[in-house]
Design a protein around this ligand. Sequence first.
Ligand SMILES: NC(=O)c1ccc[n+]([C@@H]2O[C@H](COP(=O)([O-])OP(=O)(O)OC[C@H]3O[C@@H](n4cnc5c(N)ncnc54)[C@H](OP(=O)(O)O)[C@@H]3O)[C@@H](O)[C@H]2O)c1
Length: 310
Amino acid sequence: MKAAQINNYGSADELFVGELAVPEIANDEVLVHAKATSINPIDWKAREGLMQKMFAWQFPVVLGWDVAGIITAVGSEVKDFKVGDAVFARPDIYNDGRRGTYAQYVAVKEDKLALKPANVSFAEAASVPLAGLTALQMLNKLQVTAGTKVLIQGGAGGVGLFAIQLAKIMGATVATTASAHNHDFVRALGADIVIDYHQNKITDVLADYDAVFDTVGDIDGGLAILQPEGKLVTITKQPTSEQLAAAQTVIYGWLQPNGKELAYLGELLSSGQLKTVIDSTFDLTTAGIQAAHRKSESHHARGKIIINID
Ligand SMILES: NC(=O)c1ccc[n+]([C@@H]2O[C@H](COP(=O)([O-])OP(=O)(O)OC[C@H]3O[C@@H](n4cnc5c(N)ncnc54)[C@H](OP(=O)(O)O)[C@@H]3O)[C@@H](O)[C@H]2O)c1
C-alpha cells in the first residue's frame, strides 16, 4: 500500500510517499481502506522526534492519527462493525510506529471506531476525531455547563473551532483568542468575546472566569483570569510545580480515543449542530504531505488540514 513515511526524525523534508505492507489486524481490530486523514500538530512534533520519550518506534515510521474510510476486513472478535461500513476514528498510537493514518490501509480497534454519518464527507469526518475528541474531553474535565464562563485559547485552530461550538452547546459563555482576520470566523462559530492576542493581553479583558482551556501554552495568563475556584486544562505542555500549586485547579490533559464519544460528535455533525472547517486539502504525495506539514507548522491554519488518500 501507499503510505507517507519518515526514515529519520527531522524537518518536513524527511516525509516521503512509498510502499509498505498492509497492516495485519488483531482479533479486536478492523482494517479501514482510508479515504482521508488530517494533520494535527502532534504529527510534526512526532516527526521532529518529540515522541521518542513515549514510544520506541522503528523506522520507517508512519505518522497520522485521524482516519475516515471503509472497512474491508474485521477481526474475529469485532461485534458492532462489518465490511463495507463507512467509519472514522482516532486510532491508538502503536508501539511499532508503523500504524499511522497517512496510509491507504489502517488497522483500528473496534472501541475507537464510529460510523460515519451519510451526510458527512470522508474529508469532513477525517477532520474530527483527534481535535474534536480533545475539545469534548477537555471541556468535560473543566466541567463546562450552562452559565460557565470559559476562555478557549486559539479559537481558529483545529481544537479551538470544535471547543467553541461544543462549549456553546453546553450553554457556556465563551471568550476566545484569535488574530484579527479570524474574528468574524470565531464569532460565527459562537464565540461571545474575541480577543486579538497580538493587541491585548487576556488579563486586560477578562477576570473572574470559571474555566480556561489552554491550547497555546499560556498557563500563567490563564491562571490570572480565573476566579479562586476556577479550573484550567492545558494540552500543550506540562504545568510547572508552581503552576500546579496555584489555588485554582490545573490539569494537563491528553486525549483518550473513544468510539462512543466520537459517535456523539458524529450525531452533532449529522444534525448540523456542529460543523467542521477545512483550511486546505492536499493529496497523499510526497509534495502534498510535506506542504501539509509546513502549513500546520505555520501555527496559523484556520481549521483543519486534510489529506485525500483514495
Ligand atoms: N494533549 C493532547 O491530547 C492534545 C490534543 C490535541 C492538540 N494538542 C495540542 O494543542 C495545540 C493546538 O492544537 P490545534 O490542532 O488546535 O492546532 P492548530 O490547528 O495548528 O492551531 C492553529 C491556530 O492557533 C492559533 N494561534 C497560534 N498562536 C496563538 C496564540 N498565541 N494565541 C491564540 N491563538 C493562537 C492560530 O490562530 P490565528 O491564526 O488566529 O492567530 C491558528 O488558527 C497544539 O500544540 C497541539 O499539539 C494536544
